[in-house]
Design a protein around this ligand. Structure first.
Ligand code: HEM
Length: 491
């Protein structure tokens, strides 16, 4: 017995010594990168702000403490270092690399929800899956979705008409139901009528709640273990969200599967993304768990990102009447009396596209992404060791003053071709970049253009909150703390 206890103690001491030596080695390697005062093992724990707003202010504030090139610094989440990059040059090194394609620990916390789907999977599993799914987002396929974007946008504007006397409306919840209907109908081939059912949508509630829980858990390494999370964290609420999210998507898959079986697997008209997944499963290229993971991933990524993008665009356009006037003029000229926004109209809505891009620059729906270094990597003259996590901060890259003079100014003209051509390719990365970029970016821009066109051709909008009044939190998506309120006036 005594021998056993001594052996366990020696083993424990050896593991702890190994971890400590490794930790001290990493600290030494990262010493030359800018960082505020921190301590071995606990890192920045003594000064880390616990609330989501304070935390992101603190993270973004580092850029003002360390504004010079190479524009990188280190944050320590306890013993774990995160190297934050905020210059296009450094971001390019990581995003163009074919080695650093894994996402790292924060995405592990997404796995109970999104499984090993495209967003979270390791590069070995990701590569063939991405190859398989990329053609389903081909522009020719996306064009078929435009009538659905129109139908759902019409329902949204009809709902907004109720408020067209200038009563302030909290817009995120209304838009989210619209983008949820869009993703279900386009990609899953199934309408869920979220917009028409007035009751609170459980799925949307669960998406927002689980986002908050994951953000809170990411900051606290003590809660990364499932058991400690269940015992001391919000494990119960997390499980409740998972049950709601998975039963919603399971039903979407089962319903479609049943419909296809009943029709003898005859596909009529446009093939939905889910149809393709089910067909791949029939051909043995995927199993049921793979389908569930991809449906969960696309349902989430495909609606929550676009609704946040549209909300921020309305807030910014509603703040600048002169910008809005130009959009109104363009819409009148391009659409005339036409009710629908057609595939032919879309490329002609050039100024509106500049406004959407400028909104994504100022308020990127996905403000940060992470990568785990697969090998040692030179960054800003320092060798950052393999295994370290790199955080790419879109919010700050989009404010690099060498690329974006007066970065806080909202100026859609920055995206006119003659101005955009002068900038570094990686200075604007709302959809990330490189081979692991957003698969849905063209879908997102088309959808946002159609919905925005429907809203702005019918209404003049006014943002209730001034820009400096809006406090936001960063979960996976960037959201305002107290919502965004807009007044709508019929044109
Ligand atoms: C304004 C809208 C959107 C924004 C700002 C956005 C942004 C992003 C970003 C930054 C990433 C990289 C994430 C990372 O590296 O961790 C990403 C990945 C992804 N996005 Fe989007 N996205 C949007 C819309 C969409 C839509 C509409 C879909 C689907 C219909 C979608 C599906 C995905 C998927 C599946 C990935 C993972 C891709 C991969 O790893 O291969 N996104 N998105």
């Amino acid at each position: 017995m005594g021998f056993l206890i001594t052996s366990i103690l020696i083993l424990g001491a050896t593991i702890l010594t190994y971890l400590l030596v490794r930790h001290l080695k990493t600290r030494k390697a990262l010493k030359r990168i800018s960082q505020t005062r921190n301590y071995p093992i606990i890192g920045h724990a003594l000064v880390t702000k616990p609330d989501p707003v304070g935390f992101i202010d603190q993270v973004n504030g580092l850029c003002y403490l360390f504004p010079e090139n190479p524009r990188m610094c280190v944050l320590w989440l306890g013993p774990i270092p995160i190297v934050m990059l905020y210059s296009p040059q450094l971001v390019e090194v990581i995003l163009t690399s074919n080695k650093h394609l894994d996402k790292g620990f924060a995405y592990k916390l997404l796995e109970p929800w999104l499984g090993p789907g495209l967003l979270t999977s390791k590069k070995e599993a990701w590569r063939p899956r991405r190859k398989l799914l990329t053609p389903t987002f081909h522009l020719e396929i996306l064009k078929d979705f435009v009538p659905i974007f129109n139908d759902q946008a019409r329902i949204l504007t009809k709902k907004l008409e109720k408020y067209s006397d200038g009563e302030p409306v909290e817009v995120l919840s209304l838009i989210t139901l619209c983008t949820l209907d869009v993703i279900c109908e386009t990609s899953m081939g199934k309408s869920v009528n979220a917009q028409l059912e007035e009751k609170n949508n459980e799925y949307v509630w669960a998406v927002h709640t689980i986002n908050e829980l994951i953000q809170e858990r990411t900051k606290n390494p003590l809660l990364w273990n499932d058991l400690t999370y269940k015992l001391f964290g919000n494990g119960k609420l997390h499980q409740k969200c998972l049950d709601i999210l998975h039963s919603f998507t399971r039903k979407v898959i089962d319903d479609r599967h049943r419909e296809l079986e009943q029709s003898g697997w005859k596909f009529e008209g446009r093939l939905a993304f889910l149809d393709l997944l089910l067909e791949m499963a029939r051909n043995g290229q995927m199993d049921r768990a793979d389908i569930q993971a991809e449906v969960d991933t696309f349902m989430f990524e495909g609606h929550d990102t676009t609704s946040a993008g549209l909300m921020w665009a309305l807030h910014l356009i509603g703040t600048y009447p002169e910008v809005q006037q130009k959009i109104h003029d363009e819409l009148d000229e391009v659409l005339g009396e036409d009710d629908d926004v057609t595939v032919e109209h879309l490329p002609r809505l050039k100024y509106m596209e500049c406004c959407l891009k400028e909104s994504l620059r100022v308020c990127p729906s996905v403000p940060i992404v992470m990568r785990e270094l697969a090998t040692d990597q030179q960054l800003g003259g320092v060798t950052v060791p393999k295994g370290v996590h790199v955080l790419i901060n879109h919010h700050l890259v989009h404010r690099d003053p060498s690329q974006w003079p007066d970065p806080e100014r909202f100026d859609p003209d920055r995206f006119l071709p003659e101005n955009a051509a002068k900038r570094h390719t990686y200075s604007f990365i709302p959809f990330s970049a490189g081979s692991r970029n957003c698969i849905g970016q063209r879908f997102a821009i088309l959808e946002e253009k159609v919905i925005l066109a429907h809203i702005l051709r019918r209404f003049r909008i006014v943002a209730v909150e001034a820009r400096h009044e809006v406090r936001y939190k960063v979960e996976i998506i960037m959201r305002p703390i107290n919502g965004i309120h807009i007044q709508f006036y019929k044109r």
